[in-house]
Structures are given as structure tokens and as C-alpha cells.
Ligand binder design. Structure first.
Ligand code: 5AD
Ligand code: SF4
Length: 477
């Protein structure tokens, strides 16, 4: 799916730290929930507002403007944001001139209704309307509420250079597509982020160059569905199908984009997320095999191991086709790690269908997983057409079974590195001990080891001596 995983609770509410541009005297507090795409969008928003006199702050109490970039993927994500608005309300009592804006998926879903439901909100802006922020803020400063939730067929923010917030100075995100055309029946994303569009390769490569020039070492190419990336001059993909032969001959697909980036920046590590099984081509897998600097990790959401459930979800592949893709990955890229997203208790899911999901996990032996109980989202095809009929206790029990099994395979997979040497990009101090560094290997496993005279951003070889299901422990060699 969806890059929301990328989208989700993992990035809960990071207050994004801070920019200082000389002469800017207004203070923006921006907080981002949900996926990496949202984080990257917040960086685009900070960039647009830096030209309107705003520097970011991490102190809510001193903010002139508070923006919260929201996620709608599950009901719980929305509840978290409602709670956060209560906190802003309390702060507004001591800072009454502070303005509050809601950005992102929840803004798009609820539109002007947000202003009625949450009195604290002055501004509602959907994911394709951030360029309009200066005008909307002018309205707000004149005492009017402001809303722009128009979705676009063209907007990619390709020319906006994101202000890198909350960054370790080593890894950064670069968006390559926006929106999603897949219409999985459970998913709110096509409604909140609109139609799929790809960004021009030139602007992607320029952004990467800027990052590389600023010493970034690892770049993650982002999109709801990166494998369906296709540049043929802009606009919607369906128009391309009727386009001329010349347009088709000069088009750039995801495998070609990866190849261009990995060739032009051989010292930079590349990752990408998210891959949609039906769109992942063998060309992408061969391109990964060709370049050592493309990390050997594929996030490949499956959602269910049952072909019947996949059909109800409107996923465009069967269990067997997914297995064939996994077999190809394992054949062409031995040792490549694979992770999943799985939803338990989707409409009508039987015990047998649940067992098929468990057996798929056993077959693939995923390295990581992101697992969720189905949460009905208003307006989606599933909400309109299928009853949410699996009782909550059953969803939770199945979720638990899936998590337990995944943990077994996560440990199985970290154990394969014991006694081996892995290359690690140092990202910062370990959370548990500032005497240890933390980084990741190519397969996206976190590696922790004692500090020596290395620094953040160095690539080092680490001999793995021990592991948990999530972390490798070792020493530099
Ligand atoms: N309920 C539960 N999980 C969902 N996801 C998307 N929509 C829903 C929903 N309605 C999960 C999918 C997706 C991930 C980002 O979030 O597994 O891949
Ligand atoms: Fe992912 Fe499907 Fe949602 Fe698109 S519609 S974002 S592919 S889950």
C-alpha cells in the first residue's frame, strides 16, 4: 500500500525542530502524525512558511501559529489528534493570539466540518493546498476562518525545497509520487490524498543532489505506491495510455528512476517505500541487484493471505501471485529483507481465511511487520458496501496471533546475522545508552554498538555478536 505505513502510529506526533532564518520573527510550531509522507509534507509546509516570516519552534507556548499534520488511516489516529487539539486549547488560554491549523488527511476528510466540530481550529488545509497557505493565513489574520481542501491532479511540490526538520542530518525523505489510484476497499487514502501523480525526475535528482551536497548519506524515495511511478510529462496516468509513441519512449518508470539515482550518487544509500505487490516489476528487483547502494529491503504490504479476502479488499493480486513475487525477490536478491502490513478482521474474514494469513507469514518468514485490526473508515467502499462484522475481540485475538508469529520470524531473521559483519550507517546515539551508536544495515535492521572515535554519518563495519527480535548488537571491526 500505501505509504502510510509507512503511515501510522510509528511517527506519532513529532514536534519538528527548528529552523532559524535571519529576519524571520514569527514562530511556527508544527507537529506531524502518521506516515513519512506527512513528515515530508510538513517539511514542505515549513519551507513555504519560511518565506512568510516564520521560523519553527519546539515550544508550543511561544507559537504564533500551530499546525498539526493529521492522519485518518484508522479511527485511533484521528482520536489521538482530537486529544492533541484539547492540549492546544489549554495553551491558547495563556497565549490567546495563537492560531491553530489542521493539515493533511483528516483536514481533507472532514473539510469545513472541522471548524464546527473543533472550535479551536482557525484553518483547515488539505494535502494538495499548501501553496495557498499564505493567502489562507491572511484571511485568518483578518479574523476569518479559512479552508482549502481542493485536491489536484498535478501538484507534486516538485519545486519546493523542503526545510529539513527534526533531521539527524544523515537520512532524508524525497517524495516521488503523491496520491493513490488503487482504491483498496478499506483505505481512506485515495479520498484524502487524491489521484496518483508522479514528480518530474529532474526535480527529484536535483533534490537528491542538494541533500548529497549537504552530507546526507541515505535517501528514502517516498510514495503511496512507488512502483507505479511513471513520468511522461505530468498529469494523470490514464492519459498516458493514449499518449504518442514518443511520449512512451521517453517515459521514466520506477526501475529507471532508481537506476538513475543510484548511478548518479554511488556513495548514497537509497531506500524506497511503499511497494504495492501488483505494481512491483522484475525490473525493479534487477535494478536493486545491480546497485550495491540500493538497500536490500522491500516493504511489501499484503493485508491478507487469503485470495478471497484480497478480492473483497480490491487488492489486484491473489495469494499465489504474491508468493510468486516473493519467490522472485528471494531468487534474485538472496538475503533481501521483506516486511508486511496486515489487517486482521476485515469484513467477513472467517477463521480459515485468518489461518491463510498465518500460513503466508510462515511461508514468507517476514523480517518485520506492521499489523492492524480493521478500522472502518467513513466513505470508503468497504464502509458503504460491506458490514464490519468481525467482533472486536475476534479481531484482537487474530491480531495477537499474527503479532506473535511475526515476532518469531523477526527473531529468526535477526539471528541470521549472528557471527556476520554488517555495514552500518551511524544515525545517532542509541536511545538506551549514549555510550552506544545506533544505525541500520542495508536490510533495515537496527544495529547498536559501543562508541569509539566514529561520528554520525560514518559507514562502519560491525561484527554481530548478539540480537533481539528487533536489534543486532555487536562491535566495530
Ligand atoms: N484499518 C486498519 N488498517 C488499515 N490500513 C489502511 N487502512 C486501514 C484500515 N481501514 C493499514 C494497511 C496499510 C497500512 C498503512 O495501514 O495495512 O498498508
Ligand atoms: Fe495503499 Fe491501497 Fe490505500 Fe492505495 S488504496 S494507499 S495501495 S492501501
Amino acid at each position: 500500500m500505501g505509504s502510510e505505513k509507512v503511515i501510522d502510529e510509528k511517527n506519532q506526533g513529532q514536534a519538528l525542530l527548528t529552523t532559524k532564518i535571519e529576519g524571520n520573527n514569527k514562530k511556527l510550531y508544527i507537529e506531524s502524525y502518521g506516515c513519512s509522507m506527512n513528515l515530508n509534507d510538513s517539511e514542505i509546509v515549513a519551507s513555504i512558511l519560511s518565506e512568510q516570516g516564520y521560523n519553527t519552534t519546539h515550544l508550543l507556548e511561544e507559537a504564533d501559529l500551530v499546525l498539526v499534520n493529521t492522519c485518518s488511516i484508522r479511527e485511533k489516529a484521528e482520536q489521538t489528534i482530537r486529544k492533541r487539539l484539547e492540549k492546544y486549547n489549554a495553551v491558547k488560554k495563556i497565549n490567546p493570539t495563537m492560531k491553530v491549523g489542521v493539515l493533511g488527511c483528516m483536514a481533507e476528510r472532514l473539510k469545513a466540518k472541522f471548524l464546527e466540530e473543533e472550535k479551536i481550529v482557525d484553518l483547515v488545509v488539505g494535502p494538495d493546498a499548501y501553496r495557498d497557505l499564505p493567502n489562507l493565513l491572511a484571511e485568518v489574520s483578518e479574523g476569518r476562518d479559512a479552508v482549502n481542501v481542493i485536491l489536484s491532479k498535478e501538484e507534486t511540490y516538485g519545486d519546493v525545497s523542503p526545510v529539513r526538520l527534526n533531521s539527524n542530518g544523515v537520512s532524508a525523505f524525497v517524495s516521488i509520487t503523491r496520491g493513490c489510484d488503487n482504491m483498496c476497499t478499506f483505505c481512506v487514502v485515495p479520498f484524502t490524498r487524491g489521484r496518483e501523480r508522479s514528480r518530474e525526475p529532474k526535480s527529484i535528482l536535483e533534490e537528491i543532489k542538494q541533500l548529497v551536497d549537504n552530507n546526507y548519506k541515505e535517501i528514502t524515495l517516498l510514495g503511496q505506491n512507488v512502483d507505479s511511478y511513471l513520468w511522461y510529462g505530468g498529469g494523470l496516468k490514464k492519459d498516458f495510455k493514449n499518449a504518442s509513441e514518443i511520449a512512451q519512449a521517453t517515459a521514466v518508470d520506477f526501475a529507471q528512476l532508481l537506476d538513475l539515482a543510484a548511478t548518479e550518487f554511488p556513495k548514497t544509500r537509497f531506500r524506497f517505500s511503499t511497494s504495492n505487490p501488483q505494481d512491483m516489476s522484475l525490473d525493479v528487483i534487477y535494478t536493486m541487484a545491480k546497485h550495491e547502494n540500493i538497500c536490500k529491503y522491500i516493504h511489501l504490504p499484503v493485508q491478507s493471505g487469503s485470495t478471497a479476502v484480497l478480492k473483497r479488499m480490491n487488492r489486484q493480486h491473489t495469494r499465489e501471485e504474491y508468493i510468486e513475487l516473493v519467490d522472485n525477490i528471494k531468487r534474485i536478491l538472496p538475503g533481501c529483507s521483506i516486511s508486511q502490513d496486515i489487517i486482521t478482521g476485515f469484513c467477513g474474514e472467517t477463521e480459515e481465511e485468518h489461518q491463510e494469513t498465518l500460513s503466508l507469514i510462515e511461508y514468507v518468514k517476514y523480517d518485520f511487520g506492521f499489523m492492524f485490526a480493521y478500522s472502518e473508515r467513513p466513505g470508503t467502499p468497504a464502509a458503504k458496501k460491506m458490514p464490519d462484522d468481525v467482533p472486536l475481540e475476534v479481531k484482537k485475538r487474530r491480531l495477537n496471533e499474527i503479532i506473535q508469529l511475526q515476532q518469531k520470524y523477526s527473531l529468526y531473521n535477526t539471528e541470521r546475522f549472528l557471527g556476520k559483519t554488517v555495514e552500518v550507517l551511524i544515525e545517532g546515539s542509541s536511545k538506551k545508552s549514549d555510550k552506544h551508536w545506533k544505525g541500520r544495515n542495508s536490510e533495515n535492521v537496527t544495529v547498536v554498538f559501543p562508541k569509539g572515535d566514529e561520528k554520525v554519518g560514518d559507514f562502519v563495519n560491525v561484527f554481530v555478536e548478539n540480537c533481539t527480535s528487533a536489534t543486532l548488537l555487536g562491535k566495530k571491526i
